[in-house]
Design a protein around this ligand. Structure first.
Ligand code: 5AD
Ligand code: SF4
Length: 526
């Protein structure tokens, strides 16, 4: 911060909340007239650096400090009294969970949550950068927010999450959408109270995006979305640098939480009556690698968590390269560790996997699947697949289809490759036309649908344990929940069954869900 900025901040600190409206209106008028390049030069005052493979790869295993003493600043603790917030979340479960933390921070500041944008005093877009269409959706939403801002200049609009970590996105917002009040990155979430203060009392758009990851802050408040299933971060970041993927840049280097902190959080969830936890990380199998003082991996962690009295434990996402024997041995013991494994393969061709820098071959992946199947004969395997990676040949795509059949994936998230600025693959020439890529995606989806339907069919007549989550989204007369193997089940039952694990007899199988009848009236089973 330079002297001028410091002065401005002091003025901000001393501002009277009663002046906020006039300040904001003034701000909006001024922004309408400002030259956008000037805006970028003047106000883009961050330590931001665009994704840089060489630099990012050289990042070191510096010690990550862990803080247990976080507090919302006193002068912001009541700022949200009688005010409301709305957070729109895009992308993965990690983002969903970050939203829970931001909701916690805002709640600690006195705000209440709302689903209605018209009555919100703060609207945050928690964004995803993984593919271009995810970004397009967000820019569409930003466009809609302009009308809202014009009608209500008091509303504070913020863009956060993975897109904020990209220089091109920040520049585009500064240039084309100057009515946005703040942009902050994935490493700046805990700074939300301070950033909000700057946005409310200051005149400029607030931009804070650290390209270098920060410390781990353990005691950030959270308002969880539900009371049945909870997410628990076990690690942050990714050091794998697959050549197509933006995540190692937007989420920073791998940092593991201490086992005792994770275990305590899972215990707390169990004590609060949660029925399921999902342990989260971009690459959970790398858990513990950066904990230099202990020899401790995901297998060890899962082993300890299996002893906690919580009925269901899942984890996502796995990387085949780091999936070790210890983990398989622990998962094979069963109990509350569910035998549904999401194991992204990305491609069935060893050559494509090599250029993707996945660091395993088709054969190694199949060996791993064999190992898992031997230890857990009933395990359900699901995956992620990218089609149309630069220069992927027809033969290489056929190898993906044959791998899907050989493994027998019961479902898969499938994507057309989307070039992400700053990643190595985005710089490569690509001779595969989009039409061909779309055709491949269709063929792949057809195969996955067929395999999913076949897997579902096997459940007809069987009785399964369902964790009841609530009314079905499509039909409020019907309740919906998931089996241990993550199959969606719809069935008629009294609402008293919500939040319980009940037995359901499957009467009809569809491609992506099962219909059934509850065996006993809301009798909980474990
Ligand atoms: N294009 C298409 N799909 C991608 N994924 C990650 N990056 C890209 C990209 N650039 C997919 C991978 C990953 C999932 C979360 O998203 O399959 O496993
Ligand atoms: Fe991206 Fe996953 Fe590869 Fe990490 S392991 S770079 S998050 S695809």
């Amino acid at each position: 911060m330079n002297e001028q900025q410091r002065k401005e901040m002091n003025q901000i600190n001393q501002a009277n909340p009663a002046d906020i409206k006039s300040d904001q209106e003034e701000n909006l008028d001024r922004l309408k007239n400002i030259d956008s390049d000037e805006l970028i030069g003047k106000y883009f005052q961050t330590t931001y650096e665009p994704p840089n493979l060489k630099k990012a790869k050289k990042r070191r295993r510096e010690d990550v400090k862990i803080h247990y003493d976080y507090q919302v600043p006193e002068d912001m603790a009541n700022i949200g009294k009688d005010k409301k917030f709305l957070i729109r979340t895009y992308g993965c479960q990690m983002n969903e969970h970050d939203t829970e933390v931001m909701a916690g921070l805002l709640t600690d500041m006195g705000y209440q949550s709302t689903d209605n944008a018209q009555e919100a005093d703060i609207i945050l877009l928690n964004t995803c950068a993984i593919r271009e269409n995810a970004e397009n959706k967000v820019f569409g939403e930003i466009g809609h927010l302009k009308t809202l801002k014009t009608e209500n200049p008091d509303v504070i609009l913020g863009v956060c999450g993975c897109m904020s970590q990209e220089e091109s996105v920040v520049n585009r917002i500064l240039k084309k959408h100057p009515f946005i009040d703040m942009i902050f990155g994935t490493h700046n979430i805990h700074r939300l109270p301070q950033l909000l203060k700057e946005a409310m009392f200051g005149k400029e758009m607030v931009v804070e995006v650290w390209s270098k990851e920060g410390d781990i802050i353990e005691n950030l408040p959270k308002v969880r979305k539900g009371k049945i299933k909870g997410w628990v971060n076990i690690m942050y970041g990714c050091d794998k640098f697959c050549t197509y993927c933006i995540v190692p840049y937007t989420r920073g280097k791998e940092r593991s939480r201490r086992p005792e902190d994770i275990i305590q959080e899972v215990r707390q969830l169990a004590a609060q009556g949660y029925k399921e936890v999902t342990l989260l990380g971009q690459n959970v199998n790398a858990y513990g690698k950066d904990l230099t003082d202990i020899e401790y991996g995901l297998g060890d962690l899962m082993d300890e968590i299996s002893k906690i009295d919580i009925p269901r434990v899942r984890f996502t996402t796995s990387h085949p390269r780091d999936f070790d024997d210890r983990l398989i041995e622990v998962l094979a013991k069963g109990g509350n560790l569910l035998d549904h494994i999401h194991l992204p393969v990305q491609s069935g061709s060893s050559e494509v996997l090599r250029v993707m820098a996945r660091r395993y071959t088709r054969e190694r992946y199949l060996e791993l699947v064999d190992k898992i199947r031997t230890a857990m004969p009933n395990a359900t395997l699901t995956t992620d697949i990218i089609v149309g990676f630069p220069n992927e040949t027809d033969e290489q795509f056929e190898e993906t289809l044959s791998l899907v059949e050989e493994v027998g994936f019961e479902s898969a998230y499938t994507f057309i490759y989307s070039p992400r600025e700053g990643t190595p693959a985005a710089r490569w020439e690509d001779n595969i036309p989009m039409e061909v890529k779309k055709e491949r995606l269709q063929r792949l989806n057809k195969l996955i649908n067929k395999q999913s339907a076949e897997a579902m069919k096997k459940y007809e007549g069987q009785t399964v344990k369902v964790l009841v989550e609530g009314e079905s989204k499509k039909n409020p007369d019907v309740l919906a929940g998931y089996t241990e193997r993550n199959k969606l089940v719809n069935f008629k039952a009294p609402t008293s069954a919500i939040g319980k694990i009940v037995e359901v007899k499957i009467t009809n199988a569809k491609t992506w869900s099962l219909d059934g009848e509850m065996v006993e009236d809301a009798v909980e089973v474990k």
